[in-house]
Design a protein around this ligand. Structure first.
Ligand SMILES: NC(=O)c1ccc[n+]([C@@H]2O[C@H](COP(=O)([O-])OP(=O)(O)OC[C@H]3O[C@@H](n4cnc5c(N)ncnc54)[C@H](OP(=O)(O)O)[C@@H]3O)[C@@H](O)[C@H]2O)c1
Length: 299
């Protein structure tokens, strides 16, 4: 992957955790962040793809000031998240950014190892669990950031009766629901974390030619390949957020094309966001053993 050598910003000494960096725009972002000096922790389910990423940075970007470390973690298996976060804790006592970028878009209803619908788990539950488990490391940073990759596809309402869309599954409904959830939760966390200096943001990368939708038939695959922009282009808003100090960003906002954009009216309903957080906590109760700035202790 070719990356422009120009450095936007120096991240030397920073520790950045990112998911969804074995492919697509997250891959481009991880390379760039390592070039900029960060120690990038990549939570990845596929060891082979992780090795390719490491090989890429070493071979094609030997001038990189930082490094990439792969930590095994399958967001579709909640039991793998706590050990992965423990490995992060062993490696560092502070995180400067947590970037929740992994996501799935499924044509058909699919269950994870936890017997939970995959879009709901990978796109929403897993990032909240990681945030809960690592929040104490994040608040130690001088300029901490929590970034979620959402999408312009976030219309609709939160389906509290059936967040997994069982027996009413549709690719668009489940995906939009997961991305609306992230916008709501980001706004709520921005509010909750006021006073801890944590900047919380959502970003939309645009339509990007990535692996998203690769398993949804050749037409979807072709559409992404033909009409999507490059992963490097697609990573620009995310990198704008990583490179800009919190003081120059709008906390809780949704960014696209590196600018704050308004979202649907449902995405500003903070009572819905609070109920959503409680719903997420119920799903994760087996893995929440203490309170954090995200969740209120054992549920
Ligand atoms: N592409 C677009 O046009 C577009 C538009 C709006 C928003 N987005 C969002 O952008 C983000 C990045 O997607 P992308 O377009 O770059 O697609 P992508 O190339 O398919 O990348 C998705 C990433 O998520 C990872 N992932 C998926 N399930 C996982 C799991 N169970 N455990 C660990 N990692 C998992 C993938 O890992 P593997 O490599 O192992 O598969 C991959 O690294 C997603 O949140 C997506 O919803 C994309």
């Amino acid at each position: 992957m070719t990356i422009n050598k120009t450095l936007f910003s120096d991240h030397s000494g920073k520790n950045i955790l990112i998911t969804g960096a074995t492919s697509g725009l997250g891959y481009a972002a991880a390379i760039k962040l390592a070039i900029q000096g960060a120690h990038v922790f990549v939570l990845a389910r596929n060891a082979q793809k992780g090795a390719t990423l490491i090989d890429d940075i070493k071979t094609n970007h030997p001038y990189a000031k930082g490094k990439i470390e792969i930590i095994s973690c399958d967001l579709g298996d909640l039991s793998s998240i706590t050990p992965a976060c423990q490995k992060v804790r062993k490696a560092t006592t502070q995180l400067d950014m947590i970037i929740h970028n992994a996501g799935v878009l499924n044509m058909k209803f699919k269950e994870t190892a936890d017997k939970i619908e995959e879009t709901w788990q990978v796109n929403v539950l897993a990032p909240l669990l990681i945030t809960h488990l690592l929040m104490d490391l994040l608040v130690k940073s001088a300029d901490p950031k929590l970034i979620f990759t959402s999408s312009a596809l976030h219309q609709g309402k939160i389906n509290f009766e059936n967040p997994e869309w069982r027996n009413q599954y549709g690719l668009v409904s489940a995906y939009k629901h997961s991305k609306l959830s992230l916008i709501l939760l980001a706004k709520l966390l921005a509010e909750k974390l006021k006073g801890y200096n944590v900047g919380v943001y959502c970003q939309h990368p645009g339509f990007v030619s990535t692996g998203l939708g690769d398993t949804n038939g050749w037409m979807t695959k072709m559409a992404f390949k033909l009409f999507g922009k490059s992963p490097e282009e697609g990573s620009k808003t995310l990198l704008y957020l990583t490179d800009t100090p919190n003081s120059e960003l709008e906390n809780g906002a949704y960014y696209a094309r590196s600018k704050v954009k308004s979202t649907t009216k449902e995405s500003y309903e903070m009572e819905t966001a609070s109920e959503l957080l409680r719903t997420v906590q119920k799903y994760l109760k087996e893995y929440i053993h203490s309170s954090s700035l995200v969740f209120d202790g054992e549920s």
